[in-house]
Design a protein around this ligand. Structure first.
Ligand code: ATP
Ligand code: MG
Length: 356
């Protein structure tokens, strides 16, 4: 029987609460499948760890993670540690060092999920974001000049390499081709006159190899309006790190809320482990109360199963999430229910068992 080794970084706040449910669900899937199993190794890296050691993870943290098949991440962040530390020293570090250059985020309004948009049909919100995840505006490049002087200047660079742009754009074209969907390029060439002009140029170049894929191009400002006014026009989307970050939070808001939003950080070549996470933060306001919705984590577990080569189980989990949303019996308070985090996890497991 094949064993998949999964590194679990539960993190802070509601991270450990939701991840416990994700782990529970993955174990059940493996038990039902019978041809593979998971071995989970827990790493305590978090804001609490930082407050004790001055680091989000040990110096050899990346080396410790390298042998794993995948990383399952909860959430990192705490009111006691600057955001720049928690995300840069752990999240962005892992994404970078493991060359997880694709951030794949489904924005799909499942049946029964709440939506704040009035005039939209449920099936109209069904898109997949392919966000550049290794460079761009989040490359961490810049300068702080004349610090604390009246003429203080800060510079934040966007780093766009040909290799970096080509590979994410190619991934998006391949996905659009495979799924017979349209591809929308979201950029901002009218204002970002180096980076986004280059990006658009590469989008056009790579596109020559995909004459079968119908494409659109939109400025990011217009795209954010259309996501609200006419989400139907989007199927596969490719965009830069910053724009993807912002637009996928908008996507989460129109597709059931943060409690349902998942994201995969992929190294498609499988040279390094990929990382799967609910995209919400540590939510200190509800931590420790059993109120956190674990369904975003279950959705990210579904993405992990897709990536490991078990799309039938990935689909099954999405169908179960949809069942829970439609039945409205076992849901957490953010979705109008009264169930606890672990009751929702148990219900997913129960429904999995029913499929036996
Ligand atoms: P961080 O600093 O780690 O980003 P945050 O408080 O900003 O933490 P967000 O994910 O941005 O966390 O979430 C904003 C709010 O949305 C939370 O404070 C919480 O009330 C709600 N929320 C987020 N995730 C969930 C969830 N899984 N279940 C229920 N409510 C959630
Ligand atoms: Mg936040």
């Amino acid at each position: 029987m094949h064993t998949y080794n999964i590194a679990v970084i539960a993190g802070d706040g509601i991270g450990p609460e939701v991840l416990a449910e994700g782990v529970k669900v993955l174990k059940e899937v493996a038990a039902l499948d019978g041809t593979f199993q998971f071995s989970f190794t827990h790493f305590p890296w978090s804001s609490a760890y930082y407050l004790k050691t001055g680091k989000m993870m040990p110096d050899d943290g990346i080396d410790q993670l390298r042998p794993f098949d995948a990383i399952f991440l909860g959430a990192v962040g705490s009111p006691d540690v600057p955001n720049s530390v928690t995300s840069r020293d752990l999240l962005i570090r892992i994404r970078h060092d493991f060359d997880q250059y694709i951030n794949l985020r489904p924005v799909k309004l499942l049946k029964g999920a709440p939506c704040p948009l009035a005039d939209v049909k449920r099936e109209d919100i069904d898109m997949t974001f392919v966000r550049e995840n290794s460079e761009g505006e989040y490359a961490g490049s810049g300068a702080w000049l004349y610090k604390d002087q009246p003429n203080e200047v800060v510079i934040q660079n966007g780093v766009f390499s040909r290799k970096g742009c080509e590979r994410v754009i190619r991934y998006a074209y391949e996905l659009a081709r495979k799924e017979h969907k349209t591809l929308t390029n979201i950029s901002k060439g009218n204002a970002l006159n180096y980076s986004m002009v280059f990006w658009d140029q590469i989008f056009a170049e790579v596109g020559k190899e995909y004459p079968d894929v119908k494409t659109y191009s939109l400025l990011v400002d217009a795209a954010s309006m259309f996501m609200v006014k006419n989400p139907k026009r989007f199927q596969i989307i490719v965009t830069s790190n910053l724009f993807g970050d912002i637009l996928t939070d908008l996507g989460a808001a129109i597709a059931g809320g943060m409690g349902l939003a998942a994201g995969a950080n992929l190294n498609p070549e499988k040279k390094f482990p990929s990382m799967f996470e609910p995209i919400h933060g540590s939510a200190p306001d509800i931590a420790g109360q059993g109120k956190a919705n674990p369904l975003a984590t279950v959705w990210s577990a579904s993405q992990m199963l897709d990536f490991l080569g078990y799309p039938q189980w990935g689909k099954k989990l999405i169908a179960i999430i949809e069942d829970l949303l439609v039945e409205k019996k076992v849901l957490t308070p953010d979705l109008g229910g009264t169930a606890t985090t672990s009751q929702v996890g148990d219900e997913v497991v129960r429904k999995l068992e029913e499929t036996k």
